[in-house]
Structures are given as C-alpha cells and as structure tokens.
Design a protein around this ligand. Sequence first.
Ligand SMILES: [Zn+2]
Length: 258
Amino acid sequence: MLKRKNVNTIFLLGLIVLLAISIFIPIPRILFALLAISWFLLTLCGSFFIRWNYHLDSLNSNREIAESQVAITFDDGPHPEHTPKVLSLLKRYNAKGTFFCIGKNIEKHPELLKEIIRQGHSIGNHTFSHANTFGFFGTSKVMQELNRTNELVENLTGLKMALYRPAFGVTNPSIARAVKNLEFNSIGWNVRSLDTTFRNENQVLKRITSKTEKGSIILLHDTSAKSVVVLERLLVFLENRKLESVTVDQLLQIRAYV
Ligand SMILES: [Zn+2]
C-alpha cells in the first residue's frame, strides 16, 4: 500500500536523479513538472481517500471477523430532529450503532448524547468545529479540537473517548501526529454511502447494499431525513441477510473508551 513516507522518498530520489542527469544533458522542464504534478495528485488522493491509509492507519473494516456482523456509523450529530429518529429505528430493529459526534453539536444537545449512550450505542470524537478548513489546521490546533470535544464528553458522561473519525475523511501529517499524540484509534469505513450528496434514497441504498458484507463499516450521517429513510431500508436489508449491526468497537474488537 502507498504510504506518504515511501512516496516522498521515491519522488525525492526521482528529483535528485533528474537533477544529476541534467548536469550532463539538458532535461526538458516538462519532466520536472510531471514529477511534481504526480507527487501532488498522489498526496491529494492519499489525503482524501481514508482507505489508502496514506498518512495514518485507520481501521476501515474487519475482514477477519467470524460472526455475521457489520457496524453502522453516524457522523456529524447529535441532531435534534434526526438523531432521535435514528435511535428509535435502531431500537426497533434491535441494532447498535456508533455516533461520531461534533463537539459544538454536543454542547447544544447534551441530553441527546447521553441518550445515545443510555441506549447502548458507542460514541467517538469527530472534532469540535468540523470546520471546512480543518485539513489546513496545524497539529496543535487539531489536538485542541479533539481535546475540547473529549473534555466535554468526559464532563457529561465520565467517558473518555478513544475513537476518532476524521472530519470529511481527510487526513494529513498534522492530523496523523495529533491522532498519534493523543492515542486515538482512527476509524474509517469501507462502505461510503454518500448520503450527504445529491443522490436520492434509492441510489444511496444501492451503493450501500452492493458493497456491504460481513465485517463492513458503513458511513451514514444522522443529519437528514433522507439518511433516516435509507437507514430503515438498510436495517431491513441487514435483517434479511442475517447480518447483525453492532458498535464499531465490538466489530473491531477494540475499546471505545480509555
Ligand atoms: Zn463529518
């Protein structure tokens, strides 16, 4: 698998070789430009596709699991309108889920966070601000964001969260350092529903069901009516396939809290 350090080393060596050759024969500038563009594109893809594990290792599924289990994860809540509907659906279908909550939303709806835990689901850290510019934050700012949300949750529930879901699925060297320093497990997915895009319920559901298998981690959001509709149909699908929905920590056999 491609890793940032290996890619950087290879491209640096490529640059040195080109420079060395250029001492003896002229090298067309386009070759240097191509090298730089390839490096940039690889780094960009590595930052956006969490499953590449390019900057840091995220846990994206559990292919080794013996039981017929999957984990549904919900990002960006808690949401006053949609999270309660998600909770009642999970209850009706006897399913458990994992909620990666945004700190500023927890501050607004602390009772919802407590209710998620009371119903036996797991929670994880999904930054404090979920700012669009999160990918440009330095290591200390990322650490501040994660610490602020963890402290908030610890004050409300006594639980110290150990799971982190990267905002937008974006990773980079600063985020990798922060996750390592704070000893979080980074949790990715192998089934991205794209439920926050223009796709309708049928398209989103088809994306999920065509990719879901034993050990899958599914990404949804508890922030829209569309996702709630998709969730109910997904739970029926899982029931028919005899796939049990468990918390992500159970699926991965790790701890959700320190
Ligand atoms: Zn998010």
